[in-house]
Design a protein around this ligand. Sequence first.
Ligand SMILES: Nc1ncnc2c1ncn2[C@@H]1O[C@H](COP(=O)(O)OP(=O)(O)OC[C@H]2O[C@@H]([n+]3cccc(C(=O)O)c3)[C@H](O)[C@@H]2O)[C@@H](O)[C@H]1O
Ligand SMILES: Nc1ncnc2c1ncn2[C@@H]1O[C@H](COP(=O)(O)OP(=O)(O)OP(=O)(O)O)[C@@H](O)[C@H]1O
Ligand SMILES: [Mg+2]
Length: 278
Amino acid sequence: MRELQRIIIQEMGVAPVVDPAEEVQKRVQFLVDYAKATGAGGFVLGISGGVDSSLAGRLAQLAVEQLRAQGTGAVFVAVRLPHKVQQDEADAQKALEFIQADEVVTFNIGPAVDGFTEGFTAATGQEITDYNKGNVKARVRMVAQYALAGDRRLLVIGTDHGAESVTGFFTKFGDGGADVLPLFTFNKRQIRAVTEHLGAPESVWQKVPTADLLDDRPGQTDETELGITYDAIDDYLEGRSIDSEAAEKIEARWAATRHKRTTPVTLMDSWWRSQPTG
Ligand SMILES: Nc1ncnc2c1ncn2[C@@H]1O[C@H](COP(=O)(O)OP(=O)(O)OC[C@H]2O[C@@H]([n+]3cccc(C(=O)O)c3)[C@H](O)[C@@H]2O)[C@@H](O)[C@H]1O
Ligand SMILES: Nc1ncnc2c1ncn2[C@@H]1O[C@H](COP(=O)(O)OP(=O)(O)OP(=O)(O)O)[C@@H](O)[C@H]1O
Ligand SMILES: [Mg+2]
């Protein structure tokens, strides 16, 4: 195994083989224990139609059902956060059918994003780029989830996991902004396997990953943007040998995105003074 690969696998906590039933039990228990320890009234999570939020949402629903069986009034609020009309809305509805959330709220982020982009133009005299606007959409979704959490004493669930974290493929303080990450240590194929195990329809667990943040390229696949396949990332995180060009791309992205996987840098930090090496 590559030296850096060993370090990265340790940081991501990915195991080469997982037992889906055991993972469900362990992660639901984690959510139950954390809600009890914090005294929170449950969870809120944006449901896009993608496999990550489908699984995290189902785990959250199973957790609040356990909490209620123990006499608490915990709830799970699933929130649809379309930017105007979402091109794959039908997939989001299938995900909701699978999750069976206590409550579903729909919060169209279109007007907030429009207001923001107008403000950006007024302030700078320039139109915001489609890429930068994509990150604004992810951050507006974060703000919406925290507003619901603040209103109802809920915790915001995030969907970050090994295959996304390793490449820093998330918006800092956007979808990266959350309170609890029940999918962490999974890679992408493990997420699919556990979602299938929980009885999701094939269209949900096989859904092609997309951040879907761009107006110009709706539904652009993550793999197109990354230039690396999830199969390669998953193999890498399971300690397998992959094509050296793909391994170098993963390692370069991991090194360049260290700042996204830590708290904001202060005088007390020194990790940034050296480049990580294998
Ligand atoms: N070295 C450093 N130390 C501390 N902070 C640093 C920094 N370098 C940049 N920054 C800060 O980070 C910012 C850039 O990070 P960020 O705003 O995240 O922007 P960026 O990494 O450029 O974009 C996010 C990426 O994730 C993708 N994405 C977004 C959302 C969801 C998903 C998905 O699939 O789920 C994927 C998106 O398509 C894009 O490729 C900079 O503007 C700067 O403020
Ligand atoms: N249109 C949307 N509606 C609600 N939540 C969204 C939407 N788009 C993104 N999100 C939130 O942002 C998170 C990050 O998006 P991301 O694309 O990584 O996950 P996903 O869509 O669940 O799965 P995949 O990565 O396979 O597409 C989602 O898990 C979800 O919580
Ligand atoms: Mg998605």
